[in-house]
Design a binder for this molecule. Sequence first.
Ligand code: FES
Ligand code: FE2
Length: 425
Amino acid sequence: MTAEPLTAPGLAHLVDDRPADGVFRVDRSSLVSESVFADERRRIFDRCWLYVGHTSEVAKQGDFRARTVAGRPLVMWRGNDGQVRVFLNTCRHRGAQLCRVPEGNARGMSCFYHAWTYSNEGALTGLPDAGGYGEDFDRSRFGLQAPPQVAEYRGFVFCCFDPDAVSLPDYLGHATEYLDLVADQSPDMEVVDGVHEYSMDANWKLFVENSLDGYHLIPLHRTYFDYLKSTEDSYLDPRKATQAQDLGNGHAVITVEGPWARPVARWTPALGEENRDYVEGQRAQLEQRFGAERARRIATTDRNLLIFPNLIINDIMGVVVRTITPTAAGRTVIAQWTLATKGEPESVRAKRLDSFVTFQGPGGLATPDDMEACESCQLGLATAAESPWSDISRGIHKEADGGPFVASDEIQQRAFWRQWRDLLR
Ligand code: FES
Ligand SMILES: [Fe+2]
């Protein structure tokens, strides 16, 4: 899609942000307009750091994963030298997609069009009928190219299409504290094989809001909470002991002391008596590594983390890593993987995957509710011309004192929208 010029004088007026008056509202045209979406592609997705994948997904030399990020086909590929690289998935000859399967293992790949061949370190190694190019043809100028910036933080690989953007650590800022809490769950974390991919007829920002929304849990997910009450002996109300935080740069987090089991490392009967020793042992190891307080945070606090603009990590009864990819103003593709402790016993892995699909799977007891809510909003937004404002002001009266905020406040959604506004000025 060709990026269109920004609507003069920018789109900042679509966010009405007046904390002193208790007002925070968003113009609903921002959720339905294709021209706003074109501006977002240029100003947000072409400029921000975006998640590509996890290094554990390409564990062995030659392992590769094809991904589409901000409309660009990419390949994350571990070279024979052990290094993980991200390449633009396009042949240097005429542009055909070099990698045409979602994943695999290869020392090199041959383009199917004229058979230029590249190694898993990106070099052009094969040039059929090379004599036709003359003696001065320099193959080293035709290796696979990378996005302008690629970097990794604790196994999470990101890329950025803006060569002038700040470094990844500067971009992540305070969010690294929460990525660390996820990564520190065990000395070795891995993405479990397999992906859930689904899509919804709704704007991507509605899904971002939903992912950080502590206000909807009880009314929208009644089925799941009824199920939990019937299966957990020690049911806790998930509205208790919650927090919400603006982490800067558009990143945000909500934390909840949830009522459910966590394989790392909060045992409840739902994890099975046979796994109790293992899970409690994990907790003891965490205490040894990090001390009691940090171990408690890692083991018993759920986190829903937004890395602006499109990475969500839901660290709840399973760790879900989710990317949000808009394809039109009213269409969004979601891909999700689960991150787990490498080497955990099969019986724990089975329970983990079971609770992950039960709550967070696309056919589980919660995600379909969330999809329905987002799609229902999108249908309602067809009235944007007559009913132009969405309210996101919950908890705004606490901003003057800097909080504290709870997960059912909306500081986290305001953090997202304020960054959105600042990038679209
Ligand atoms: S386009 Fe790849 S070899 Fe020609
Ligand atoms: Fe939800």
